[in-house]
Design a protein around this ligand. Structure first.
Ligand code: FEO
Length: 170
């Protein structure tokens, strides 16, 4: 059984994951509007991943006898100045999410809630990957600089990304 405090914290994270999904949907729209369909595809896959993250929290709260409370999803930013600007915002966002997950682990440990702590470990690993992939794309964009051909090559590469559902859980 979740404590009232843990339940509240997990519900906050469920909302944060839905916000992430919404943010990446906004970023995909930015790229579609600039005819960078590969970048847009990458963001659409990111959107799907974030939705599965949200659903992991949703199911976990239920499994532990808690109650899911859905709150307002904040309006995401919709304009950026360049693809590099978008991915720098992505990295900053993922670093913030890493902080939120670390905070949740701190709460679970303080409450000696071992089941929640174990559940959160998947997200700890996931955040390492999330930050690393944003960093790689930032480096590629910096290398591409103002070269349109390099940007289009990167766009083609990001267009190959496909959504793979997580192996365990929903
Ligand atoms: Fe759900 Fe991008 O972390």
């Amino acid at each position: 059984m979740l404590s009232a405090n843990m339940e509240r914290e997990l519900n906050k994270q469920l909302n944060a994951e839905l916000y992430s999904a919404y943010l990446y949907l906004a970023m995909a729209a930015y790229f579609y509007a600039h005819n960078l369909n590969g970048f847009a595809n990458w963001m659409m896959v990111q959107n799907q991943e974030e939705t599965t993250h949200a659903m992991k929290f949703y199911h976990f709260i239920n499994e532990r006898g808690g109650r899911v409370h859905l709150d307002t999803i904040a309006k995401p930013e919709g304009e950026w100045t360049s693809p590099l600007d978008v991915f720098e915002a992505t990295l900053r966002h993922e670093q913030k999410v890493t902080g939120l997950i670390n905070h949740l682990v701190d709460v679970a440990m303080a409450e000696r809630d071992h089941a929640t702590n174990a559940f959160l470990q998947w997200f700890i690993t996931e955040q390492v990957e999330e930050e690393a992939s944003a960093e790689t794309i930032i480096q590629n964009l910096r290398l591409a600089g103002d070269n349109p051909q390099a940007l289009l090559m990167l766009d083609r590469e990001l267009g190959t990304r496909v959504f793979t559902p997580p192996a365990t859980g929903a």
